[in-house]
Write a protein that binds this ligand. Structure first.
Ligand code: ZN
Length: 138
């Protein structure tokens, strides 16, 4: 069995950002030389997510609006976590959108369903953060 790992770095200019990283995951898969297996993609920080969905800007605006209703950033004083920091909402947003995704690898390609793309979800940006890609197989 072969194994391959790569870390991607992000530093968003905004507090919240949803970034399509499908091309970077496909590049990692090509690098790995693995044709059959599994590809794990996970956020390495507890205020960011990796998830799969549609690359449609209206939907992304809906996601962020819905998350803001579920866990508003302001007022920061409403969260017990926010002692010396202000990112309790980002931890909750990450918990809702999840830490990782796993994609099947078939014949050297990410085996997606219709319209599936991989996204990095940043909920407490403006600092350097990482995503791990780990691919195993043959
Ligand atoms: Zn925190």
């Amino acid at each position: 069995m072969k194994s391959y790992a790569k870390e991607l770095w992000f530093e968003t200019s905004k507090r919240y950002e949803l970034i399509d990283i499908t091309g970077q995951v496909e590049a990692a898969l090509a690098d790995s030389g693995i044709a059959e297996g599994l590809c794990l993609v996970n956020a390495m920080h507890i205020t960011a997510s990796v998830f799969i969905n549609d690359n449609e800007s209206g939907l992304h605006a809906d996601f962020l609006e819905w998350l803001e209703k579920a866990a508003p950033h302001e007022p920061v004083s409403t969260y017990r976590h926010n002692v010396g920091e202000d990112n309790a909402d980002a931890h909750i947003k990450r918990q809702i959108f999840g830490r990782e995704t796993v994609i099947a690898v078939t014949e050297g390609r990410l085996h997606f369903g219709p319209w599936e793309r991989v996204f990095y979800g940043e909920f407490d940006g403006r600092r350097r953060k990482r995503v791990l890609i780990k691919i195993i197989g043959e």
